[in-house]
Design a protein around this ligand. Structure first.
Ligand SMILES: [Zn+2]
Length: 401
């Protein structure tokens, strides 16, 4: 228990208010706490064991916008140093000639070499997408993943799903995904039970993926804070306050730990299949755990989309992690917002300090560059992706030293 009982805090507040020594203009309130306890609501710990309330009404966390006074070197990076493969691409409606020209122009400006559409497209839609890319002036700039339909898993499902995967691989899919977080959180089986990520009924498709040489791109769970109590200690309070449907109350959903355990069972059970866990497996805030996952499973890779706030708040640890696991990490962005990519380049390529992130609600901190060496940048940006997927353009990448 971190909190002191409310009655004890109330006693201390009353005592402080009554004591002439601590009473100031406006009626200051203070309290003392034991190590490990938290200050009563409305108070902050001004020195160890001593809580005090602001003497003017505090702004809410939404209205408090401190402007940094730090003056330090800035190196904005509008273009990636090497052409990047966006392994976690979600371009929408890009197959008309006009939309594709617009996307390629944005990619050129950012130095995104290849966009991988991770939009779960299968069958005729996949064939039409591949045909549109091949007929365009940019046949080597976009690749497409296929998807898996997890509805009604039961007798006969695996045979149909494997046949579809084989057809989609033949049609030009380079990987499978993005398999959505609904696997584990929301899909149910034909018999109505929750479809666990490591359900044995799914084994034939993971084996087929290995046989067909298609990496499986899997998004499991969501940030751990979304599963935790929604209180004043939750690191993502603002986001959960803005978007209440991102919460996973424990009486309705499996826990974060259970979902990761099912995911890791799956990875272990199919050592011949390559898995890429999205968003650094939602373990960017615990890189030691992600490192152990890598150490134990040579078939597992991770993609860095949408967790830049965790990479950029631990520049030394993240630098060492990226260097150590340089063969296992892929660049990916998730949402296709061209003006957000340069934040990734800046974090990965520079040693800049204490700069803003592009979302105001993910995190209450600034970012630092992790200053990766060129050989690591090359792997994270394109070499790992080109190696993992035989359907990638294999020629035309910049030569190394
Ligand atoms: Zn995604």
């Amino acid at each position: 228990m971190k909190r002191m009982p409310a009655f004890a805090a109330a006693l201390l507040i009353t005592a402080a208010l009554a004591a002439p020594a601590s009473a100031q203009m406006g009626g200051a309130a203070s309290a003392t706490i034991e190590p490990g306890e938290q200050c009563p609501e409305g108070m902050t710990e001004v020195r160890p064991g001593r809580c005090q309330a602001p003497q003017v009404p505090p702004p809410s966390i939404v209205d408090y916008r401190p402007e940094s006074t730090l003056v330090t070197a800035e190196h904005l990076v509008p273009r990636a140093k090497f052409p990047a493969v966006d392994f976690h691409g979600h371009p929408r409606g890009f197959t008309t000639p006009e939309a594709m020209a617009e996307m390629i122009a944005a990619m050129d400006e950012l130095n995104v070499g290849v966009m991988i559409a991770a939009n779960n497209v299968s069958g005729d839609a996949l064939r039409q997408t591949v045909a549109a890319i091949e007929a365009s002036p940019w046949p080597d700039r976009v690749r497409v993943m296929t998807g898996i339909d997890f509805s009604d898993v039961g007798p006969g499902w695996a045979e149909r799903a494997v046949a579809q995967l084989e057809a989609d691989a033949e049609a030009g899919a380079v990987a499978i995904g993005e398999i959505s977080k609904a696997l584990g959180l929301r899909y149910t089986k034909a018999d109505g039970s929750r479809l666990a990520i490591d359900d044995p009924d799914l084994d034939p498709i993971w084996e087929a993926a290995g046989r067909l040489g298609l990496p499986v791109f899997l998004h499991t769970a969501d940030p751990a804070e979304f599963f935790e109590p929604f209180d004043n200690t939750n690191e993502r309070w603002l986001e959960l306050g803005l978007f209440p449907n991102r919460r996973y109350p424990s009486d309705e959903f499996p826990s974060f730990e259970q979902l990761l355990e099912e995911r890791d069972n799956l990875f272990r059970r199919h050592p011949g299949t390559v898995f890429v866990t999205a968003h650094l497996g939602w373990q960017a805030n615990d890189l030691g755990a992600l490192g152990r996952l890598f150490d134990e499973n040579p078939n597992v890779y991770a993609e860095i989309g949408a967790v830049l706030y965790d990479i950029g708040r631990q520049p030394r640890g993240a630098h060492d992690f990226f260097v150590r696991y340089q063969d296992r990490i892929l660049f990916g962005k998730d949402a296709f917002q061209p003006n957000e990519y340069p934040y990734y380049w800046r974090v990965l390529e520079t040693a800049d300090e204490y700069f803003d992130y592009y979302r105001g609600y993910h995190a209450f901190w600034k970012l630092y560059g992790i200053d990766l060496p060129d050989e690591v940048l090359r792997k994270v940006y394109f070499e790992n992706a080109v190696r993992l997927m035989s359907g990638m353009p294999q020629e035309g990448w910049p030569e190394g030293e």
